[in-house]
Design a protein around this ligand. Structure first.
Ligand code: SAM
Length: 254
């Protein structure tokens, strides 16, 4: 299967290895201001999307007496894992995996502030080669992460591999806005306001320019759905959020 995005870092063409290194660099730069910038850029709406995402998962500490294992890939500073922890309670096993140590380190500090310092496994790793055994996870989540991965199809196959039969996959990602007039307004906002906000708030225009460009390069709702099916997922579907600014894709490992 082709990976049409593998040579792209935003709108610049780079080698796949360079893309991975540049993505690490972006999140090294933004880690300390990441949470603040999310609120600035989205006016807090990212919190509502993440709440909806986790509600769709319906996290539970255990099923039939067996503790559930949640894997949050590209887990960053912990927004999804913390919501899962809150909903599922202490019984659930929650693993966060991320390519970037600085993002994980901010996440670890936040978990200590919440009094959950011992409740998560923090794993440095790549979504394309997860350091987890086959069929070991009940629920796989990835929020605003898949867009940054160099080989999307490899990451989807890895998600399928680590899930148990009957395990569920959930992806929250920026997507395609509809109708066209809204898409044009959204483009105007994102290409003009977001890089400027990045410059003013995080003193880093380039990383936020990458953010905007990477959104445009990411596959549409339907294309991602087709690629999930190619990776083996059944019952694959998606739900748009805010007219498609973001979308939640979900699927089942049979
Ligand atoms: C936009 S942040 C999302 C963080 C968190 N999931 C959230 O929703 O707030 C993207 C994260 O993906 C991580 N990332 C990028 N490429 C990755 C890869 N190939 N494997 C694992 N994590 C990756 C980055 O280091 C960063 O922490």
């Amino acid at each position: 299967m082709l990976n049409p995005e593998k040579g792209w870092f935003g709108e610049k063409q780079v080698t796949p290895e360079e893309k991975t290194q540049r993505v690490i660099g972006v999140f090294d730069n933004v880690a300390s201001r990441y949470d603040l910038m999310n609120d600035f850029m989205s006016g807090g709406v990212h919190r509502l999307w993440k709440d909806r995402f986790v509600r769709m998962i319906r996290p539970r500490g255990s099923v039939g007496g067996v503790a559930q294992h949640y894997l949050d890939v590209a887990g960053g500073t912990g927004d999804i894992a913390f919501r899962i922890r809150k909903a599922a309670g202490a019984e659930a096993k929650i693993t966060l995996c991320d390519l970037n140590d600085n993002m994980l380190s901010v996440g670890r500090d936040r978990s200590i502030d919440k009094g959950w310092g011992h409740d998560f496994s923090w794993v440095a790793g790549n979504a394309e080669s997860l350091p987890l055994p086959d069929s070991s996870v009940d629920v796989y989540t990835i929020a605003f992460g898949l867009r940054n991965v160099t080989h999307i199809d490899t990451a989807l196959r890895e998600a399928f591999r680590v899930l148990k039969p009957g395990g569920r996959f959930f992806c929250l990602e920026f997507s395609r806005v509809q109708p066209d007039f809204l898409a044009k307004l959204y483009d105007l906002y994102s290409y003009t306001v977001i890089p400027r906000l990045g410059e003013k708030v995080a003193n880093d225009r380039e990383s936020y320019q990458y953010l905007v460009e990477s959104i445009r390069k990411f596959p549409s709702q339907e294309k991602l759905l087709a690629r999930m099916k190619d990776a083996g997922f059944e019952s694959a579907r998606y739900a748009n959020l805010s007219a498609g600014i973001a979308a939640i894709h979900s699927g089942l490992k049979p």
